[in-house]
Ligand binder design. Structure first.
Ligand code: C2E
Ligand code: CA
Ligand code: CA
Ligand code: CA
Length: 277
């Protein structure tokens, strides 16, 4: 008995050791990748629902690994968050996004840009001053930038979170609640938090084709948001039916594969040329 148990523990420890090592390796590679400039932003268009006009983009991170090729965010963001590397990554993303935005703005193309901000980064000390400083250095007006955060932020101390929202707003940034409706504190945001926009999760958008009651939820969210003076963005639009339904329900902006997947900048410029003419 004792023997088996000891064997079990040894095996368990060895497995934990391997996991911890893999974690450490990935964390090291993340930092190295950042230093070696292996990260890039893809951009997905955001379309004004009522007019079809191109309003701007969401910047989404990609890791182009020299050996593994393109690594999607879900394969590195969680670890980047738990280790804190996400802060450096998102600062880099803001710089890259601002550089691109400046190029567009200098050419008279006044696009908006949205970036994802992890809860950990949002709640970190001095984040507002730091991000405002980056934007100022890059010569971009904060009014064109939105930070998308997820509802998990709301699990924190409310007063602290509210003060953060206010600080972002005072700098001229907008705040959007991403994946709206998937967390369990959704309505707390609407009641107490000074935000600008909600981004309705695609699970509510993509039921519209085959589930007649599915629309009821989206419709209610849109009406509620409008009553509170919040902008609504619908993501994950893949079909013309979904587009038409959401337009008639009064959503403000739309995003999804129907318009375009997230694209690297050169492909995006081609897409813009085709879309705008
Ligand atoms: P998200 O912020 O909810 O971004 C939307 C995701 O849905 C993107 O996946 C996008 O490619 C995908 N998507 C867009 N339109 C459609 C559609 O019509 N149908 C379907 N099925 N999917 C669509 P992606 O680029 O793989 O990003 C996944 C997640 O990674 C993002 O979800 C976001 O949570 C996270 N992420 C990406 N960049 C960053 C970042 O800089 N910081 C943080 N904290 N998270 C990031
Ligand atoms: Ca997002
Ligand atoms: Ca989302
Ligand atoms: Ca998401």
């Amino acid at each position: 008995d004792r023997h088996v148990q000891r064997g079990g523990i040894a095996f368990y420890e060895e497995e934990m050791g391997e996991k911890a090592t893999a974690r450490l390796t990935l964390e090291m590679n993340l930092r190295k990748g950042l230093a070696l400039n292996e990260f890039t932003l893809y951009y997905q268009p955001k379309i004004e629902a009522s007019t079809g006009k191109l309003k701007g983009f969401e910047g989404l991170m990609r890791w182009i690994h020299p050996k593994q090729g393109l690594i999607p965010p879900l394969d590195f963001i969680p670890l980047a968050e738990s280790t804190g590397v996400i802060i450096a990554l998102e600062e880099w993303a803001l710089e890259a996004a601002c550089r691109q935005l400046k190029t567009w703005h200098d050419a008279g193309r006044m696009y908006q840009l949205a970036l994802n901000l992890s809860a950990r980064h949002f709640l970190s000390d001095g984040v507002v001053e730091k991000l405002a400083h980056i934007v100022k250095e890059m010569g971009v007006c904060p009014n064109y930038l939105t930070f998308e955060i997820t509802e998990s932020v709301g699990m924190e101390n409310q007063q602290h979170v509210i003060e953060r929202f206010v600080a972002f707003r005072e700098q001229g940034f907008s705040i959007s609640i991403d994946d709206f409706g998937t967390g369990f504190s959704a309505f707390v945001y609407l009641k107490h938090y000074p935000i600008h926009e909600i981004k309705i999760d695609r699970q509510f958008i993509q039921v519209t084709d085959n589930d007649p009651t599915g629309n009821v939820i989206v419709q209610s969210i849109i009406e509620l948001a409008r009553g509170l003076g919040l902008k609504t963005v619908c993501e994950g639009i893949e079909t013309t039916d979904q587009r038409d339904t959401l337009r008639s329900l009064g959503c403000d902006e739309m995003q999804g594969y129907l318009f375009s997947r997230p694209l690297p900048i050169d492909e995006l410029e081609t897409w813009i040329d085709d879309y705008d003419t």
